[in-house]
Design a protein around this ligand. Sequence first.
Ligand code: ASP
Length: 456
Amino acid sequence: MKTPWYKKLHWQIIIGLVLGLIFGIIGAVAGWGQFMSDWVAPFGDIFINLLKLIAVPLILASLITGVASLSDLKKLSRIGGKTIGIYLGTTVVALIIGLVIVNVMKPGATVPAEMREQLQATYEGGANEGMELAGEASDRGPLQPIVDMVPDNFMDSASDNRNMLQVVFVAILMGIALLMIPKERADPLLNFFHSLNALVIKLVEMIMVTAPVGVFALMADTITSIAQDNVSQIVELLAALGYYCIAVVLGLMVHTLITYPTMLKLFTPFGFKQFFSGIAPAQLVAFSTSSSGATLPVTMESVEKNLGVSEEVSSFVLPLGATINMDGTGLYQAIAAVFIAQTLGIPLGLEAQITIVLTAVLASIGTAAVPSAGIIMLVIILESVGVPSTGIALILGVDRILDMCRTTTNVTGDATVACIVAASEGQIGDAPGLDSIDPTRSDILREALDEASATG
Ligand code: ASP
């Protein structure tokens, strides 16, 4: 029997999200800020904490077992090379889309001078904080990001969700080492990580039952805290920065709804509807938590269960993607950098725009998968093209909303690449949604299967 629509998780989350939005707006208008933070926000915090709680063990267990299950180093370098290559390629495409949109729409030309001064004065404090953090990052040598990836104490890295890249590094290293030691020595440890993996997956299922309530609370609280009980402030902000927000959202939509589906059509058997309904739970959680790290467990579950991507591929591609692949963040950073330059009347030539592409690719890799990380890394991009970094004061007020949107794109990008890598390796198996694969497209799957069996 078909499950009724309202019993499907993604519909329940959508309902939670919409109700949260409505409740948030009512709360903002009625001035319930205190009530929201006392009685509603904690449920959202609990939901995010639960997801974050399992992020480190999940990355560790899934990457170690993922790498070790690739059976040999040749297969690892093939899948690894493909994954990183596609991740970089899609990020560059995202940046180009962002730059084209911001240069054509010129949102910076519409901000009145008076509003610009007011915005700068209001958000100066926040901007200084961001600049200090980014300053620490940019004061050091060019190879520092690579040095930062290698921890000197693993317990330190595992104790802070911002150090995800270090955890990824250690997990891959351990997975490779496990491939190289004799099987009878490796097996006990591998079995342990396999059990840990199964445990984490069960935990995700349990946590996701609470997702509709968590998402409701997160949305309601986000709306009231943005409004800070002062609705006219949001309206003013949106009036001044509305065109900028439209440019960012348009760019994200083009990338999410055109670039990814085109790639999926070319390289996988998935159709538009099937892919998006499969990953809807992950997109909704990404939108409401603004953290691709916190969303990772849900992304993995959606891609495996709803789209049939093998665990071998998803457990390698997705944890890596959540930390290094941020197309939405890159696209947003490109638009924001040029927008700030336009508002401050600083012309940016082709050379500066190419510098933006290069720095934004690196910055999006280095951006932590947590809320607001993208705007901190934006300072580094601004400095690379000589735009004063205090300019982030202009856009801080609307950052949270855009963070929600760009995180959704980040997560969709990771899922797309997981599907492409899985299809190219002949590793798309059974999933409930797979019955509806367009039969004319099964050729892609068959070809990939033949190729994979030929190459082992
Ligand atoms: N919040 C984003 C993410 O977790 C990062 C960003 O701030 O752009 O994917």
